[in-house]
Ligand binder design. Sequence first.
Ligand code: C2E
Ligand code: MG
Ligand code: MG
Length: 561
Amino acid sequence: MGDKRLLGETEPIDRYVWNMVMDNGYDCVFGVDINDGSINFYHVYKRKQPGSAYSKIESIGAPPETFEQFMGSLYEYVVEEEQACFKEQLRVDYICNEINERGNFVRTIHMNFIGERKSKSFKIYSHEAEPDKLLGFVYDISASLDHDWMTDEYARLGFLENADRMLQEIPIDREQFSLVYTNIKGFKAINDLFGEQSGDMVIFQTRDILRTLLKPVIMGRLENDHFVLITRDEFLNEQSLRSLASQTYSEGFKQYDFTIRCGIYRIHDREVSIGKMIDRAKLAEKSILENVGRSHVVYNDDVRVNYVKQRVLISDMNKAMEVGEFKAYYQGIVDAKTGQIESAEALVRWEHGRLGMISPGEFIPAFETGGQISSLDRFMIERIIEFNTNRAKECKLIVPCAVNLSRIDFYNTALMDYIVNMYTDNPIATEYVRIEVTESAYADLEKNASDYLNRFKALNVKILLDDYGSGMSSLATLENFEFDVVKLDMGFVHKIGLQKKAEIIIKSTIELSHALGATVTAEGVESAEQLEFLRDAGCDHIQGFYFYKPMPEEDFSKLLG
Ligand code: C2E
Ligand code: MG
Ligand code: MG
């Protein structure tokens, strides 16, 4: 065994070596000789009242003499996902290498010990006074990983473990319980507008309101703004859920409305693990679409099927791009007075090999979740440029085309840089590629993301506000950014001739937009009556099936002549 100069000898080592690694509250300090791998325990913190864990440990046998023996005897307790890494990395040569490169070696290893999950931190250093020795520490950090110190609720691990134990005890066959996963809609905006401290206050407010309204039997915070809890179904009533959906955060004179969205998994079956229940409740929460006005979804087969379908579309995407299944369609937009085409909107279509034509409404949300949306939008921009450049070369008429950008695109620096460069380098682009952003996407953008719109605008690019009036329209959107075009949502247009109030709103929106220096395009115009009303109300441009449907590039090219 190596000498004990570094810290001085303390006590002889016996089975406590394992006890400390397995139990809460134990820690140890050891030295390793890097030449022969021999190990030497300088200090082992002993628990005063040995718990049930001891019986198993006692059967282990003699204390380890080498580091390899020590790790080898721990190996069987390491959770399966970490076993390979444990075997490969907790070796003297590997550790020495890492210390040479970084100056230290730190790993957190999770272990299952007689049904209890433990988290152990291994920290290993070298000291220049004794270059042949490694000095190691093991800490039990289970408690700090189990607990969320900020909200004083369980953290992920603590929730998983304790919820599992609790489910064994609660009478799920006599009473109905559900697991709820929550998401604060608008959380990013709060952080951005008021700072992180206010973000923290919103998290506290959410914790308190969840506790008051849903009376959880157990609750935890998974990460950021996501809580998870188990409660009796009687507390998940319409009234509570409605109240969760309309929360207000106020700070001094500032106020911000936010929604606590819930994905709900009904617990019928104890065989489903807590981890799976969380996944399912999360899936339900993710299936709540923007602007639909719902704030909770209960997990069921539809949620699952829809998810599977979305996964299929996501996994087909790259191949589809390679074989050219995505097509840019163009819908002509006309001057309200003359009926002449003045611009167009580019709309993507997927001619799927197996599934036939799929509309963007089906795959765009999937690509937004899967992260492929930005390559698709870049593809659309490239198509527009190519189309217009070819026509320009042939001295044919070209009209500006608008591309739809997703909220996610503004967080993709590569795409944003590509667009900025495109506008800087290519004169055709500035005039003939316009940017459409929906009202709800704009409202969700954080400051640094919306700054890109200012950069485009400074390069003289026209920016269009899409679907105005569809969701939580706010005059602040018009106040905060100088949009060149306001696109009136078809929901309003379709009420022309049917609802007086909608007509009044359309008229005043047109006036308001004009007063702010924007022109107005009406979307979804399908009848002569709608056209006439809009023309009389001073609407500048018309988009809709009454004039043109979205059409393939060749057809649109013929139409332009
Ligand atoms: P949007 O940007 O508001 O596009 C207008 C939608 O209205 C298109 O649906 C268009 O086909 C449809 N439309 C046009 N005129 C009429 C009409 O008279 N009556 C009716 N009922 N509908 C009309 P589409 O092509 O299915 O696209 C749906 C949405 O998908 C678009 O709404 C846009 O938000 C998104 N989208 C489409 N292409 C792209 C794309 O390349 N990238 C991104 N990020 N989103 C896209
Ligand atoms: Mg659009
Ligand atoms: Mg639109």
